[in-house]
Design a protein. Structure first.
Length: 224
């Protein structure tokens, strides 16, 4: 205590008492060198990986994150991370921020353009999903109405045979990516494709993924 210098504030005394509590049970042994133990790894040795992991202790992942990052797909298609956090600039979000006067869906003009609507609920989107899923005998899984894409995805994949789930995950991500691009083409370039053209684009892109080494698509190769 006699070594404490400077202003003896309440904070200084609190820190002293905290240190006292931490070391009061420590017994020093003459001739034994102190050692540093890293508590965040099994072998008590420091590593950059263990330090990085320690930063996330106690954190939780948003629902759907594991599914997104576990799906085999090109990095450009991982816009789903923005979709998960509802950060995509749909007409509904733009209107809420005062950037436009209408939030009507550019693809059907029948409902508010939310992300759920674009990916699953829109008339055009449902036609695309129906055409694709009917080819692999999963027509009953087509969503009805604006439902959360990630809730639907996790529900649907449990009804797919175990060996085809990875391929189904890639197909879901690819289809949503193409639907989002179609929305952008209509919004910014005044270009439009019908459901059959979109299905053909999806199947052609899936075939390219397969040739590029995305082997999970091989379980769906029979209809591509």
């Amino acid at each position: 205590m006699s070594d404490i210098t400077g202003a003896q504030t309440v904070q200084v005394f609190l820190q002293y008492l905290d240190l006292w509590e931490r070391v009061r049970g420590v017994q020093l042994v003459a001739g034994v060198t102190d050692s540093v133990i890293w508590r965040w790894s099994a072998d008590h040795k420091y590593s950059a990986a263990s330090a990085y992991g320690a930063m996330f202790i106690g954190s939780t992942s948003p629902f759907g994150a594991k599914l997104i990052w576990g799906t085999c797909a090109p990095s450009k298609v991982r816009f789903f991370w923005l979709a998960l956090h509802r950060r995509c600039w749909t007409a509904n979000r733009r209107m809420r921020h005062g950037l436009q006067d209408s939030d009507a869906c550019i693809m059907c003009l029948q409902a508010s353009e939310t992300l759920d609507h674009i990916l699953l609920g829109c008339v055009l989107s449902r036609q695309v999903w129906d055409m694709l899923l009917s080819q692999i005998g999963l027509t009953t899984m087509v969503a009805h109405g604006d439902v959360d894409p990630f809730l639907w995805w996790t529900w649907a994949r449990r009804r797919v045979p175990q060996g085809s789930r990875k391929g189904f995950d890639s197909l879901v991500m690819l289809t949503c990516w193409v639907l989002w691009k179609e929305r952008n083409a209509r919004t910014f370039r005044n270009e439009a494709k019908d459901p059959r053209e979109l299905c053909l684009e999806i199947l052609q892109e899936a075939a390219m993924w397969l040739r590029a080494g995305y082997s999970t698509m091989s379980s769906l190769a029979s209809f591509m």
